[in-house]
Design a protein around this ligand. Structure first.
Ligand SMILES: [Zn+2]
Length: 242
């Protein structure tokens, strides 16, 4: 891994960073779009290279086996983080303000998040992440909407009543009785063909509400290899059941 800047795993690009720090044990973690490997700075060159290589191989394997691991991590956002959702890059900037509630504004590729002063660290982290999810969702909603419209126009011609993005722990998508299509925020970080599958699945529900044989036939008409996509989602969904 020495000298490696980035790696593609299941269609996602990860930066690779090796950090030597004052610590006892080496470890690897996924931090947003980045694989971070930390090695004690006291370790000699040969051992640290060997250790870093071993950790790198293990974390790449874990991510290949279970992409949900990074999908889960992606829901944590912090100040200074650059995150890519649906191919758009966002820089997260957090500033304290004198107010009770937090807020988020999208300004080009900047997510300006304001949070109340003097919050406890973990409450602050939660609030920043929630506001980032909200801001990113607002910013990419028109793109998601356009994709849904394109797939609907090409294959279904249903009358749709709107698009939403939520942060469900339960489902990847849903279609309301009034044909409001809701997609899971995590799909913004999945390969585009996976999001397309979920969109087509929900658009099929505008015609057929159940998961009958007829339903799956309709899905297969648009996405012949939809079973592969279902498998990808299943493997990414230790957080998301169904
Ligand atoms: Zn369904």
């Amino acid at each position: 891994m020495e000298g490696k800047q980035s790696v593609e795993i299941n269609g996602r690009n990860f930066g690779v960073r090796l950090i030597r720090a004052k610590l006892r044990n080496s470890y690897a973690k996924v931090d947003g779009d980045c694989i971070v490997i930390k090695i004690p700075y006291m370790m000699d060159a040969v051992t640290s290279e060997k250790t870093a290589n071993g950790l790198y191989k293990r974390i790449v394997k874990a991510l290949q086996r279970n992409p949900g691991r990074f999908l889960e991590n992606r829901l944590e956002f912090c100040d200074g983080q650059v995150t890519r959702a649906l191919g758009r890059e966002f820089l997260i900037k957090v500033e304290p303000k004198k107010a009770k509630n937090g807020s988020v504004k999208v300004d080009g590729n900047r997510l300006a998040i304001k949070i109340p002063q003097n919050m406890e660290a973990h409450t602050e982290r939660d609030m920043v992440s929630k506001l980032a999810v909200k801001g990113i969702s607002m910013a990419v909603l028109p793109l998601v909407d356009a994709r849904i419209t394109a797939l609907n126009d090409a294959h279904f011609n249903s009358i749709l009543k709107g698009t939403r993005i939520n942060n469900s722990k339960r489902v990847w998508g849903s279609c309301s009785p009034e044909n409001v299509i809701t997609l899971n925020f995590k799909l913004l970080y999945s390969p585009p063909e996976i999001m397309d599958y979920v969109i087509v699945h929900e658009l099929c529900h505008t015609k057929i509400k159940s998961h009958s044989k007829r339903f799956w036939k309709a899905v297969a008409n648009v996405i012949p290899d939809y079973k592969k996509k279902k498998k990808w989602l299943r493997e990414s969904s230790y957080l998301i059941k169904s």
